[in-house]
Design a protein around this ligand. Structure first.
Ligand code: HBI
Ligand code: FE
Length: 277
Protein backbone atom coordinates (compact mmCIF):
# COMPACT_ATOMS: atom_id res chain seq x y z
CA UNK A 1 0.00 0.00 0.00
CA UNK A 2 1.24 3.48 -0.77
CA UNK A 3 2.45 5.66 2.10
CA UNK A 4 -0.58 7.98 1.67
CA UNK A 5 -3.05 5.12 2.10
CA UNK A 6 -1.13 3.86 5.11
CA UNK A 7 -1.45 7.28 6.71
CA UNK A 8 -5.16 7.46 5.85
CA UNK A 9 -5.62 3.95 7.17
CA UNK A 10 -3.76 4.77 10.38
CA UNK A 11 -5.87 7.93 10.68
CA UNK A 12 -9.01 5.83 10.19
CA UNK A 13 -7.88 3.19 12.66
CA UNK A 14 -7.46 5.91 15.24
CA UNK A 15 -10.39 7.70 13.70
CA UNK A 16 -10.14 11.43 13.08
CA UNK A 17 -11.74 12.23 16.38
CA UNK A 18 -10.29 15.75 16.60
CA UNK A 19 -13.48 17.57 15.61
CA UNK A 20 -16.16 15.30 17.04
CA UNK A 21 -18.98 16.60 19.22
CA UNK A 22 -19.19 15.66 22.89
CA UNK A 23 -21.09 12.51 21.90
CA UNK A 24 -18.42 11.70 19.24
CA UNK A 25 -20.81 12.33 16.36
CA UNK A 26 -19.77 14.06 13.13
CA UNK A 27 -21.78 15.14 10.06
CA UNK A 28 -21.93 12.58 7.20
CA UNK A 29 -20.73 15.26 4.69
CA UNK A 30 -22.27 13.33 1.77
CA UNK A 31 -20.79 15.74 -0.81
CA UNK A 32 -17.28 14.70 0.27
CA UNK A 33 -17.69 11.17 -1.13
CA UNK A 34 -15.73 10.58 -4.34
CA UNK A 35 -17.01 8.69 -7.39
CA UNK A 36 -14.63 5.92 -6.30
CA UNK A 37 -16.36 5.81 -2.88
CA UNK A 38 -19.80 5.57 -4.53
CA UNK A 39 -18.54 2.97 -7.00
CA UNK A 40 -17.11 0.83 -4.17
CA UNK A 41 -20.40 1.11 -2.24
CA UNK A 42 -22.30 -0.14 -5.30
CA UNK A 43 -19.85 -3.01 -6.01
CA UNK A 44 -20.02 -4.17 -2.37
CA UNK A 45 -23.82 -3.82 -2.36
CA UNK A 46 -24.30 -5.68 -5.68
CA UNK A 47 -22.07 -8.54 -4.54
CA UNK A 48 -24.01 -9.04 -1.31
CA UNK A 49 -27.36 -8.78 -3.09
CA UNK A 50 -26.35 -11.86 -5.09
CA UNK A 51 -26.19 -13.77 -1.80
CA UNK A 52 -28.52 -12.38 0.84
CA UNK A 53 -31.83 -13.45 -0.75
CA UNK A 54 -30.82 -17.08 -0.12
CA UNK A 55 -28.84 -16.59 3.11
CA UNK A 56 -30.49 -13.82 5.14
CA UNK A 57 -33.41 -14.04 7.55
CA UNK A 58 -36.72 -12.89 6.01
CA UNK A 59 -37.05 -10.00 8.50
CA UNK A 60 -33.76 -8.56 7.23
CA UNK A 61 -34.83 -8.94 3.58
CA UNK A 62 -38.17 -7.26 4.29
CA UNK A 63 -36.45 -4.39 6.12
CA UNK A 64 -33.90 -3.99 3.32
CA UNK A 65 -36.77 -3.09 0.99
CA UNK A 66 -37.72 -0.12 3.16
CA UNK A 67 -34.47 1.58 2.08
CA UNK A 68 -34.19 1.95 -1.65
CA UNK A 69 -30.41 1.63 -1.66
CA UNK A 70 -28.99 2.47 -5.09
CA UNK A 71 -25.71 3.25 -6.85
CA UNK A 72 -24.85 6.11 -4.54
CA UNK A 73 -23.95 5.96 -0.86
CA UNK A 74 -27.18 6.45 1.13
CA UNK A 75 -27.85 9.83 2.68
CA UNK A 76 -28.30 9.67 6.46
CA UNK A 77 -31.23 12.12 6.39
CA UNK A 78 -33.21 9.98 3.91
CA UNK A 79 -32.46 6.87 5.97
CA UNK A 80 -33.54 8.65 9.16
CA UNK A 81 -36.89 9.60 7.64
CA UNK A 82 -37.64 5.89 7.08
CA UNK A 83 -36.34 4.78 10.49
CA UNK A 84 -38.17 7.54 12.36
CA UNK A 85 -41.52 6.40 10.97
CA UNK A 86 -40.93 2.71 11.60
CA UNK A 87 -39.20 2.42 14.97
CA UNK A 88 -38.05 5.89 16.03
CA UNK A 89 -34.38 4.96 15.49
CA UNK A 90 -31.95 7.43 14.01
CA UNK A 91 -28.43 6.93 12.66
CA UNK A 92 -25.65 9.36 13.54
CA UNK A 93 -22.26 9.80 11.83
CA UNK A 94 -19.13 8.74 13.69
CA UNK A 95 -15.44 8.47 12.72
CA UNK A 96 -15.19 4.82 13.79
CA UNK A 97 -15.46 2.54 16.81
CA UNK A 98 -16.58 4.40 19.92
CA UNK A 99 -15.70 3.73 23.54
CA UNK A 100 -18.30 1.33 24.94
CA UNK A 101 -19.87 3.89 27.30
CA UNK A 102 -20.46 6.41 24.49
CA UNK A 103 -21.78 3.65 22.25
CA UNK A 104 -24.20 2.42 24.91
CA UNK A 105 -25.50 5.98 25.48
CA UNK A 106 -26.38 6.27 21.79
CA UNK A 107 -28.14 2.89 21.64
CA UNK A 108 -30.13 3.66 24.80
CA UNK A 109 -31.41 6.80 23.03
CA UNK A 110 -32.27 4.88 19.80
CA UNK A 111 -29.30 6.38 17.95
CA UNK A 112 -27.09 3.98 15.95
CA UNK A 113 -23.53 5.22 15.24
CA UNK A 114 -22.66 4.72 11.55
CA UNK A 115 -19.08 5.12 10.35
CA UNK A 116 -18.95 7.89 7.73
CA UNK A 117 -15.94 6.67 5.70
CA UNK A 118 -15.74 3.95 3.02
CA UNK A 119 -12.96 1.35 2.88
CA UNK A 120 -10.24 1.47 0.18
CA UNK A 121 -10.72 -0.48 -3.09
CA UNK A 122 -7.95 -2.89 -2.05
CA UNK A 123 -10.02 -3.70 1.07
CA UNK A 124 -12.91 -4.88 -1.14
CA UNK A 125 -12.75 -8.40 0.27
CA UNK A 126 -11.93 -7.73 3.89
CA UNK A 127 -11.63 -4.94 6.39
CA UNK A 128 -10.95 -5.48 10.07
CA UNK A 129 -12.69 -2.39 11.44
CA UNK A 130 -16.29 -1.46 10.60
CA UNK A 131 -16.68 0.98 7.67
CA UNK A 132 -19.80 2.64 6.22
CA UNK A 133 -20.70 -0.42 4.17
CA UNK A 134 -20.60 -2.76 7.19
CA UNK A 135 -22.66 -0.40 9.32
CA UNK A 136 -25.19 0.56 6.67
CA UNK A 137 -25.74 -2.72 4.84
CA UNK A 138 -25.18 -4.87 7.95
CA UNK A 139 -26.75 -2.98 10.82
CA UNK A 140 -29.22 -0.36 9.53
CA UNK A 141 -31.98 -2.52 7.95
CA UNK A 142 -32.99 -4.42 11.10
CA UNK A 143 -33.25 -1.15 13.05
CA UNK A 144 -36.57 -0.88 11.14
CA UNK A 145 -37.81 -4.16 12.67
CA UNK A 146 -39.74 -3.35 15.89
CA UNK A 147 -38.67 -6.33 18.03
CA UNK A 148 -34.99 -5.98 17.04
CA UNK A 149 -35.18 -2.20 17.47
CA UNK A 150 -36.51 -2.73 21.02
CA UNK A 151 -33.67 -5.16 21.77
CA UNK A 152 -31.03 -2.69 20.56
CA UNK A 153 -32.34 0.04 22.89
CA UNK A 154 -32.48 -2.44 25.79
CA UNK A 155 -28.91 -3.51 24.96
CA UNK A 156 -27.81 0.12 25.30
CA UNK A 157 -29.50 0.41 28.71
CA UNK A 158 -27.94 -2.86 29.91
CA UNK A 159 -24.61 -1.64 28.54
CA UNK A 160 -24.70 1.48 30.69
CA UNK A 161 -25.47 -0.69 33.71
CA UNK A 162 -22.61 -3.04 32.76
CA UNK A 163 -20.13 -0.18 33.08
CA UNK A 164 -20.93 0.05 36.81
CA UNK A 165 -21.22 -3.73 37.22
CA UNK A 166 -17.85 -4.45 35.52
CA UNK A 167 -19.66 -6.67 33.01
CA UNK A 168 -18.74 -5.01 29.70
CA UNK A 169 -16.49 -7.80 28.43
CA UNK A 170 -19.26 -10.34 28.99
CA UNK A 171 -22.04 -8.14 27.62
CA UNK A 172 -19.96 -7.38 24.48
CA UNK A 173 -20.10 -11.13 23.73
CA UNK A 174 -23.91 -10.92 23.51
CA UNK A 175 -23.60 -8.14 20.89
CA UNK A 176 -20.96 -10.13 19.04
CA UNK A 177 -22.91 -13.42 18.87
CA UNK A 178 -26.27 -11.85 17.95
CA UNK A 179 -26.10 -8.32 16.49
CA UNK A 180 -22.86 -9.12 14.61
CA UNK A 181 -22.98 -12.89 14.02
CA UNK A 182 -26.46 -14.13 14.94
CA UNK A 183 -28.48 -16.77 13.05
CA UNK A 184 -32.27 -17.22 13.04
CA UNK A 185 -33.95 -20.65 12.96
CA UNK A 186 -36.36 -20.98 10.00
CA UNK A 187 -38.29 -23.89 8.44
CA UNK A 188 -35.62 -23.90 5.69
CA UNK A 189 -32.77 -24.08 8.21
CA UNK A 190 -30.71 -21.29 9.87
CA UNK A 191 -30.60 -17.90 8.14
CA UNK A 192 -28.28 -14.96 8.96
CA UNK A 193 -29.26 -11.67 10.59
CA UNK A 194 -25.90 -10.59 12.09
CA UNK A 195 -24.28 -7.56 10.44
CA UNK A 196 -20.81 -9.09 10.50
CA UNK A 197 -22.12 -12.03 8.48
CA UNK A 198 -24.32 -10.09 6.05
CA UNK A 199 -21.60 -7.56 5.16
CA UNK A 200 -19.07 -10.33 4.36
CA UNK A 201 -19.52 -12.61 1.31
CA UNK A 202 -17.22 -15.26 2.76
CA UNK A 203 -18.90 -15.44 6.13
CA UNK A 204 -22.40 -15.23 4.59
CA UNK A 205 -21.75 -18.56 2.86
CA UNK A 206 -19.66 -20.07 5.67
CA UNK A 207 -22.16 -19.33 8.47
CA UNK A 208 -24.94 -21.18 6.64
CA UNK A 209 -23.28 -23.78 4.41
CA UNK A 210 -20.09 -24.90 6.17
CA UNK A 211 -20.40 -28.04 8.34
CA UNK A 212 -17.49 -27.11 10.65
CA UNK A 213 -18.80 -24.39 13.00
CA UNK A 214 -20.99 -25.24 15.97
CA UNK A 215 -24.55 -23.95 15.65
CA UNK A 216 -26.12 -23.93 19.12
CA UNK A 217 -29.52 -22.86 20.44
CA UNK A 218 -29.32 -19.32 21.79
CA UNK A 219 -28.61 -19.46 25.52
CA UNK A 220 -27.83 -16.17 27.26
CA UNK A 221 -25.44 -17.44 30.00
CA UNK A 222 -23.48 -19.53 27.44
CA UNK A 223 -23.37 -16.55 25.08
CA UNK A 224 -22.10 -14.17 27.79
CA UNK A 225 -19.31 -16.65 28.63
CA UNK A 226 -18.18 -17.63 25.12
CA UNK A 227 -14.99 -16.03 23.84
CA UNK A 228 -14.50 -14.84 20.25
CA UNK A 229 -11.71 -13.62 17.95
CA UNK A 230 -12.38 -10.50 15.86
CA UNK A 231 -10.39 -11.52 12.79
CA UNK A 232 -11.65 -14.99 11.89
CA UNK A 233 -14.92 -16.69 10.99
CA UNK A 234 -16.88 -17.87 14.02
CA UNK A 235 -16.34 -21.35 15.44
CA UNK A 236 -19.74 -21.13 17.14
CA UNK A 237 -22.94 -19.45 15.94
CA UNK A 238 -25.94 -18.94 18.24
CA UNK A 239 -29.33 -19.64 16.66
CA UNK A 240 -32.40 -17.64 17.80
CA UNK A 241 -36.04 -18.73 17.54
CA UNK A 242 -37.20 -15.11 17.28
CA UNK A 243 -36.10 -11.51 17.92
CA UNK A 244 -38.63 -11.42 20.77
CA UNK A 245 -36.72 -14.32 22.38
CA UNK A 246 -33.56 -12.17 22.35
CA UNK A 247 -35.34 -9.19 23.93
CA UNK A 248 -37.02 -11.29 26.64
CA UNK A 249 -33.80 -13.14 27.51
CA UNK A 250 -31.98 -9.86 28.10
CA UNK A 251 -34.95 -8.19 29.80
CA UNK A 252 -35.34 -11.04 32.33
CA UNK A 253 -31.69 -11.89 32.99
CA UNK A 254 -30.02 -11.32 36.35
CA UNK A 255 -26.85 -10.00 34.69
CA UNK A 256 -25.12 -8.91 37.93
CA UNK A 257 -25.30 -12.52 39.12
CA UNK A 258 -23.75 -13.81 35.86
CA UNK A 259 -21.04 -11.13 35.82
CA UNK A 260 -20.10 -11.87 39.46
CA UNK A 261 -20.03 -15.63 38.90
CA UNK A 262 -17.92 -15.64 35.73
CA UNK A 263 -16.07 -12.31 35.46
CA UNK A 264 -12.78 -13.74 36.71
CA UNK A 265 -13.07 -17.09 34.94
CA UNK A 266 -11.66 -17.68 31.43
CA UNK A 267 -14.20 -17.41 28.61
CA UNK A 268 -15.55 -20.61 27.06
CA UNK A 269 -13.61 -21.87 24.03
CA UNK A 270 -15.91 -21.33 21.01
CA UNK A 271 -14.41 -24.31 19.18
CA UNK A 272 -16.00 -26.71 21.69
CA UNK A 273 -19.57 -26.85 23.02
CA UNK A 274 -19.19 -28.31 26.52
CA UNK A 275 -22.02 -28.73 29.06
CA UNK A 276 -22.29 -25.55 31.19
CA UNK A 277 -20.95 -26.15 34.71
N1 HBI B 1 -18.62 1.69 18.18
N2 HBI B 1 -19.13 2.94 16.27
C1 HBI B 1 -19.21 1.77 16.96
N3 HBI B 1 -19.87 0.72 16.43
C2 HBI B 1 -19.99 -0.45 17.08
O1 HBI B 1 -20.61 -1.41 16.58
C3 HBI B 1 -19.38 -0.58 18.36
C4 HBI B 1 -18.70 0.52 18.89
N4 HBI B 1 -18.10 0.43 20.09
C5 HBI B 1 -18.16 -0.79 20.90
C6 HBI B 1 -18.93 -1.89 20.25
N5 HBI B 1 -19.48 -1.75 19.05
C7 HBI B 1 -19.07 -3.24 20.88
O2 HBI B 1 -17.91 -3.55 21.64
C8 HBI B 1 -20.30 -3.33 21.78
O3 HBI B 1 -20.42 -4.63 22.30
C9 HBI B 1 -20.21 -2.40 22.90
FE1 FE C 1 -20.88 -3.97 13.52
Amino acid sequence: MSEAVDWQRAQRLRGDFRNVAGDWTIPQDWDSYSDANHDLWWRLYARQMELVPDYADAAYLTALDFFDFDRRIPRFDATNAVLRDRTGWQIVGVPGLLPNEIFFDHLAARRFPVTVWMREPEEFDYIVEPDLFHDFFGHVPLLAHPAFADFMELYGRRGREAVALDGMTMLARLYWYTVEFGLMRTTSGPRAFGAGILSSPGETRYAIDDPHPNRVDFDLPRCLRTDYKIDEFQKTYFVLDSYEQLFEALENADLALVYDAWRHRPGLDPSRVLPLA
